[in-house]
Design a protein around this ligand. Structure first.
Ligand SMILES: Cc1cc2nc3c(=O)[nH]c(=O)nc-3n(C[C@H](O)[C@H](O)[C@H](O)COP(=O)(O)OP(=O)(O)OC[C@H]3O[C@@H](n4cnc5c(N)ncnc54)[C@H](O)[C@@H]3O)c2cc1C
Length: 259
């Protein structure tokens, strides 16, 4: 571990705070340092953090960050967008919501700034068996846990058929296209479809329409397919209703709602 990082984590969390009682919650907070900040689009950022030794999580889980802009602070959940690594780093992929307290505070962090967080938490993890096929459906930053899951499964040598359907609104909203396109080119068991609900570029040759349009046209019910959906509630509800009308059962559908 770098010297500067050792020194940062050597400091007590809250010097002088009483042990026990309410501080139990406080001592559950972990610390991480922002090491990299990348703009993926005009309103989506990717943040890379280095955290404490021994931090582990399962692909698909999220952390809950203390938004420390004012008293009292608030907490916001973010899916980890990177596959579990052994170097205590993790990435988040965050949409900066207009006027949003948490996402704007995170967007204003600089490299070397520190955050506190709880977790990892959540049961939205890859849990299908080799004979099953997997369909991932995401809109916007709902794709974050799927990048972690897909990279993790590919690294483990998983040969199951996996298909990611990713929807964003405009051309300018596209991100992680290169990453998923590369995984698909290198792994014949992984298929990637990107669809734009409102393409503005007349040269756009890819899919158009919402993820539900794509599903209506291209996806038939298969008993062995398990579906993972992530994003905002309205999308998840309409995708779930559509899948159920095609014969998918509750047991086949897994989701993570962001709002
Ligand atoms: C388990 C879980 C995991 C999450 N993971 C992520 C993640 O990886 N990346 C991420 O960007 N957000 C994620 N979120 C949403 C995140 O927790 C915050 O709700 C979001 O950042 C908005 O917080 P805010 O304080 O900036 O805005 P607020 O002032 O709380 O505004 C909330 C508004 O933002 C909308 N909103 C919330 N999330 C999004 C989004 N992702 N895209 C567009 N609009 C949104 C809500 O519908 C609501 O209208 C996750 C939420 C949960 C519950």
């Amino acid at each position: 571990m770098a010297k500067w990082l050792r020194q940062r984590f050597a400091k007590p969390l809250f010097p002088g705070s009483n042990p026990g009682g309410a501080s139990n919650f406080i001592t559950m907070l972990k610390k991480a340092i922002l090491t990299e900040k990348t703009a993926l689009t005009y309103d989506v950022i990717e943040l890379t953090f280095k955290t404490e030794e021994g931090f582990t999580y399962k692909a698909g889980q999220f952390i809950t960050i203390k938004i420390n802009d004012k008293v009292p602070p608030c907490f916001r959940a973010y899916s980890i967008a990177s596959k579990p690594a052994s170097d205590n780093t993790f990435k988040l992929c965050i949409k900066v919501v207009p006027e949003g307290r948490g996402s704007n505070w995170l967007n204003n962090l600089d490299v070397d700034n520190e955050i506190e967080f709880l977790g990892p938490s959540g049961n939205f993890i890859f849990s299908s068996t080799p004979e099953q096929e997997v369909l991932f459906i995401a809109t916007g930053t709902g794709v974050a846990p799927f990048l972690a899951m897909i990279e993790d499964e590919i690294e483990k040598g998983n040969k199951q058929k996996m298909h990611l359907l990713f929807g964003v609104r405009h051309n300018k909203d596209i991100f992680y296209n290169e990453e998923f396109t590369k995984i698909a080119a290198e792994n014949e068991n992984f298929r990637f479809d990107l669809t734009l609900s409102q393409p503005e570029d007349e040269n756009w040759k890819g899919h158009t329409g919402r993820v539900t349009n794509f599903l209506e046209q291209h996806i038939e019910h298969k008993e062995k397919t398990h579906v993972y959906i992530c994003g905002l509630k309205d999308m998840i509800d309409s995708v779930t209703n559509l899948l159920k009308s095609k014969g998918f059962t509750d047991e086949q559908i897994h989701f993570e709602k962001y709002d």
